[in-house]
Design a protein around this ligand. Structure first.
Ligand code: PMP
Length: 423
């Protein structure tokens, strides 16, 4: 209903050819045709401000990335068992963003899921144990093993015996932080009691699908210490917060002053060209190599590496990390002002350009229906945005990093207007 003929025809072609696992955004799906910077344009020529997509982090169709990909594709692209320069230049540049350890080494993959799959295997091999602790709204990916440690992708289903889920510290205060560590310790004890043992703590360091937990910065430190005391690994899933998004730091875990054993990454790494990675202590990778080994046909191939290198160049030369910090602060200040006018907003929180706005009903309960109305109201105002959180009641703000103050102001005005109109 309400679709133009061309879009309706595409939906129908999709229905006839795609498996039922494929889900589109919006009741009236968007038929997108082209994009540039922070703008996504539909086939009918309407431009939307993109507040949703963190993959094109240095901007949709970023010219430097496009050029690097085109030049590399026209020169050499091949599987990953030969020597070629660009992946080595990239590995050096990537590892240089991790001053925490000089024994970190990289493995390249194609997706965040593959990266987390490797991380789980590293931890089980290194510890000889199988138990993992994750947060209760976490999503870490789609392989069989990774889906088991992704409670958000199995709603209502019991977790596997080797998985314990704890609440993310969404309240953002010292009590929530202390509770997080206490919950982790209890979960570890439970894994030990059941005989699974504790292999590691796997956390998205901005807790995106839990509904964004950023404060107080440093809250992960006591938890990471507890994980290490128990002999487990600390795995930082940087798929969402990585590559400068949280402002001031390249990696989300750096806001917390922790040193993970394993760091996983993906999404914005190639600005849309599939590339993911695992950065881990060399000894862990040695254990992996000795036991099973790993080969990934496309992971870090020349074209993917060229894209990823151009992304790092853009982040560094254009100072996008600091920009994300400054624009994010401006946006968060503005959201506080919107909140003051609309009691439906319980809290606005986050770091850099990863922010969450939590909606509640009159009784203070999570309000997914209102969140959905806001998402649709913003779409009507030509802004694309999504939701996160256990209850789907947190507006998720994570635009391309080239998002500027003027874009933030446009979002704030539209949000204010939408809330005034739709409650
Ligand atoms: N980890 C996190 C935190 C994610 O948000 C996602 C994707 N939403 C993944 C891992 C999986 O990445 P991919 O879809 O590239 O496999």
């Amino acid at each position: 209903a309400g679709l133009d003929a061309e879009t309706a025809a595409l939906v129908e072609r999709r229905r006839r050819t795609f498996g039922p696992t494929s889900v589109l955004f919006y009741e009236r799906p968007l038929h997108v045709a082209r994009a540039e910077g922070v703008w996504l344009e539909t086939a009918d020529g309407t431009r939307y401000l993109d507040v949703y997509n963190n993959v094109p982090s240095v901007g949709h169709c970023n010219p430097r990335v496009v050029r690097a990909v085109a030049e590399q594709a026209a020169t050499l692209n091949i599987h990953t068992r030969y020597l070629y320069d660009v992946v080595h230049t990239y590995a050096e540049r990537l590892l240089a963003t991790f001053p925490e350890r000089d024994d970190y080494r990289a493995v390249f993959t194609c997706t965040g899921s593959e990266s987390n799959d490797v991380a789980l295997r590293l931890a089980t091999i290194a510890t000889g144990r199988s138990g993992f602790v994750v947060t209760e709204g976490a999503y870490h990916g789609n392989t069989t093993a990774v889906a088991e440690v992704s409670p958000s992708s199995r709603p209502g289903k019991p977790l596997a015996p080797h998985v314990q889920a704890i609440p993310a510290p969404l309240a953002g205060d010292a009590d929530a932080a202390a509770a997080f560590t206490a919950d982790l310790e209890a979960a570890i004890a439970s894994l030990e009691a059941s005989g699974q043992g504790f292999a590691g703590l796997l956390v998205d360091t901005i807790f995106s699908s839990d509904g964004v937990a950023a404060d107080p910065a440093g809250f992960l430190k006591p938890a990471a210490d507890a994980a290490h005391r128990a002999g487990g690994l600390v795995i930082a899933d940087e798929v969402q917060p990585g590559f400068g998004r949280t402002g001031a730091h390249m990696w989300g875990f750096q806001r917390h002053g922790i040193t993970p054993d394993v760091v996983t990454m993906g999404k914005p790494m190639g600005n849309g060209v599939p590339i993911g990675g695992v950065v881990a202590r060399e000894a862990l990778l040695q254990g992996f190599a000795d036991s099973v080994g790993y080969f990934n046909t496309f992971g870090g191939n020349p074209v993917a590496s060229a894209a990823a290198l151009a992304v790092l160049d853009e982040i560094e030369e254009r100072g996008l990390m600091a920009e994300a910090g400054a624009v994010g602060r401006h946006l968060l200040d503005g959201l506080e002002q919107v909140r003051a006018r609309h009691p439906a907003i319980r809290a606005a929180r986050g770091a850099g350009l990863y922010l969450g706005v939590e909606f509640v009903d009159d009784a203070g309960r999570p309000d997914a229906a209102r969140t959905s109305r806001v998402i649709n109201g913003l779409r009507d105002r030509r802004i694309l945005i999504g939701a996160a959180g256990l209850y789907g009641n947190v507006l998720k703000i994570r635009p391309p990093l080239v998002f500027e103050r003027a874009h933030a102001d446009r979002l704030l005005d539209a949000l204010d207007e939408t809330l005034a109109a739709a409650g």
